[in-house]
Design a protein around this ligand. Structure first.
Ligand SMILES: NC(=O)c1ccc[n+]([C@@H]2O[C@H](COP(=O)([O-])OP(=O)(O)OC[C@H]3O[C@@H](n4cnc5c(N)ncnc54)[C@H](OP(=O)(O)O)[C@@H]3O)[C@@H](O)[C@H]2O)c1
Length: 269
């Protein structure tokens, strides 16, 4: 799918500073990975994409992204990135190249969906958040959870330059303040404000089933659409701006429910 240009290219005077990251490594180049790659290229970053099947399968996407993009193996993308995004199904997190990611800030977009990922007992028991699980595998990296609570289409189309009245915010969580600051700068460059929701242990506040998860960023879908109409509606409907104050309100209101998101949880329910 060729997506239209996002609105992040117009830089405003309120842009705080250039992002420190110059190259974004991507492990996973599916719906979220390719949306982030497009936003990053539009923001002037280089991107190194990777997937499970090898760089040769990313030729079309790389050609579409232009000269700032190249494809590599996951370990090469990890080494090349000033910041690296891990955006694969959670069930494969144990195959993320931990040695190549040592010392790096790793952005975790992953969500736990047991029907896709299988069951993780520690997540089901509420002993760990999914990002804490990822951090345990990437023991020598600084994991920051971000970009997990917005669908891939709105992620791309709702990006706006700093200071835009309809700019949205996204939650970020992580244990390392410097890594979180790096990711906040990346969000800013890509078109989003950031709301710090705490540590990886706190990151359940943006997991599936919580108030800030996906729905606030989307318009309400009309009733009675056919499957084809629903697909078109999903792709074509603009996002709803969710400012930082609203993200804070929604994440503050969250009440911890099952990690698989099977219960929407808000204060008092
Ligand atoms: N879709 C959304 O709207 C959305 C929103 C927020 C968060 N998320 C979360 O973000 C993550 C990615 O979602 P997605 O929708 O982008 O998934 P996707 O479209 O299925 O893409 C997954 C990507 O991961 C790659 N991959 C799988 N195993 C890998 C491995 N061992 N090493 C390297 N790459 C590997 C796949 O490569 P191959 O194709 O070569 O296997 C593919 O490029 C998931 O955890 C999801 O829950 C998704």
């Amino acid at each position: 799918m060729t997506q239209s240009q996002p609105q992040t290219q117009t830089q405003t005077q309120t842009q705080p500073q250039a992002p420190r990251a110059q190259t974004l490594g991507l492990i996973g180049s599916g719906m979220i990975g390719s949306a982030l790659a497009r936003l990053a290229v539009a923001a002037g970053l280089d991107v190194v994409l990777s997937n499970s099947r090898g760089p040769g399968t990313l030729t079309d996407l790389v050609a579409d992204l232009g000269e700032r993009a190249r494809a590599a193996t996951p370990a090469e993308a990890a080494r090349a990135g000033d910041l690296v995004v891990a955006t694969v199904p959670l069930k494969t997190h144990g195959r993320l190249p931990s040695a190549a990611l040592a010392g790096k800030t790793v952005i975790d977009t992953m969500n736990y969906y047991p029907e896709r990922d299988g069951r993780f007992a520690e997540l089901d028991a509420g002993e760990l958040t999914s990002s804490a699980l990822v951090q345990r595998h990437l023991a020598d990296s600084h994991v920051v959870k971000a970009f997990n609570n917005i669908d891939f289409r709105r992620l791309f189309t709702s990006a706006r330059p700093a200071g835009a009245a309809d700019r949205s915010a996204l939650p970020v969580a992580g244990d390392d303040p410097a890594a979180k600051a790096d990711v906040t700068r990346l969000l800013d460059a890509l078109g989003y404000d950031a709301v710090d929701i705490g540590t990886l242990a706190d990151s359940w506040r943006s997991e599936p089933g919580t108030p800030v998860y996906v729905n606030p960023y989307m318009a309400e879908r009309p009733e009675g659409l056919s499957q084809e109409e629903a697909g078109r509606w999903f792709l074509e409907t603009p996002g709803v701006p969710v400012p930082a104050a609203w993200v804070k309100e929604l994440t503050d209101a969250a009440v911890r429910g099952p990690a698989d998101g099977s219960r929407a949880a808000v204060s008092g329910d």
